[in-house]
Design a protein. Structure first.
Length: 297
């Protein structure tokens, strides 16, 4: 049949759709993690939030230890795992400060400068092409951030700068994950994330340890399982698509986070956040559609 896609085309289309689905699951999981982290931070220190998030992850991965142990035991690309998790741990710390101190929608909107860094680091380290649509998306992202932060109009919250630094860290972390998934499974990436970040979180938590109650446990589970699911889903998506292609689907976190913030915390819906987010979303959506047509052509 003349209109039937050839196997290679069908395979690329399937990988593209699977990548978007995995990113959708990652998006939902990140929002769950942010809510759990904010609730925990109302009683515990941010350092404790990071520690208990990793501790919950440890119990989850123990259930799959028999399957993952043979691959993890060989310690493949250990230096890259350590580098990735060091960068990611610092980015998590800065991001969690933002989750606690800023409206959820603002945090996610500012975090979406990450595609700018992803495109830059992907070009620098992975030799991915910096195509015209990706350059346009990067410019759109920068304009969108200016709309959200609005420098020169009142006082810019310094916490917004921490979220922007976290976005750069996440961007570099994603590139390192992309390099890792060329040689190891997403499951191994997540296991090493827990094994490396758990002691980092424990040592950091000792600097500001606060009493823990049973009422904190449900939020620990939400935060920990959400984090694990988010990073596993993200690693699965990165196996299927270029790092700078998969990120735009994540922009749906802005309206979703705004809705959650409104319903759960009575946060006002800032039209500037939506306008800036819409600019970022449109420019990146255009880029991903161009990439999609190229992937299935």
């Amino acid at each position: 049949m003349p209109n039937e896609p050839i196997p290679a085309q069908a395979g690329r289309r399937s990988a593209f759709l699977q990548g978007l689905l995995w990113m959708g699951l990652s998006m939902v999981s990140f929002i769950a993690m942010s809510v759990g982290s904010r609730e925990l931070a109302s009683a515990l220190s941010i350092q404790q939030v990071l520690f208990f998030r990793a501790l919950v992850g440890l119990f989850v991965i123990l259930a799959f230890a028999r399957v993952l142990f043979p691959e993890v035991r060989n310690g493949k690309l250990m230096k890259l795992h350590v580098l990735r998790n060091g960068v990611h741990f610092l980015a998590q710390y800065l991001w969690t400060i933002g989750v606690v101190m800023l409206p959820l929608a603002s945090v996610f909107a500012l975090e979406f400068t990450m595609p700018i860094w992803v495109a830059f680091f992907a070009f620098l380290f992975l030799k991915e092409r910096l195509t015209t649509p990706r350059i346009v998306a990067t410019i759109g992202g920068f304009v969108g951030v200016l709309v959200i932060v609005r420098p020169g109009i009142g006082m810019v919250d310094p916490t917004a700068g921490l979220v922007l630094l976290a976005a750069a860290g996440y961007g570099l972390s994603l590139i390192l994950v992309k390099q890792l998934t060329r040689h190891v499974s997403p499951g191994a990436v997540v296991v090493w994330m827990i094994l490396i970040q758990l002691p980092l979180g424990f040592l950091a938590s000792l600097t500001d340890w606060r009493p823990v109650s049973f009422s904190d446990i449900p939020w620990m589970l939400v935060s920990g399982i959400g984090a694990l699911a988010a990073h596993y889903s993200q690693a699965q998506a990165l196996r299927r698509l270029d790092a700078s292609v998969i990120m735009p689907i994540d922009f749906l976190r802005v309206p979703t986070a705004a809705l959650v913030g409104y319903l759960a915390y009575a946060e006002a819906i800032d039209l500037w956040v939506f306008l800036g987010g819409a600019i970022i979303l449109f420019s990146n959506f255009r880029a991903v559609m161009v990439e999609r047509r190229a992937a299935i052509a």
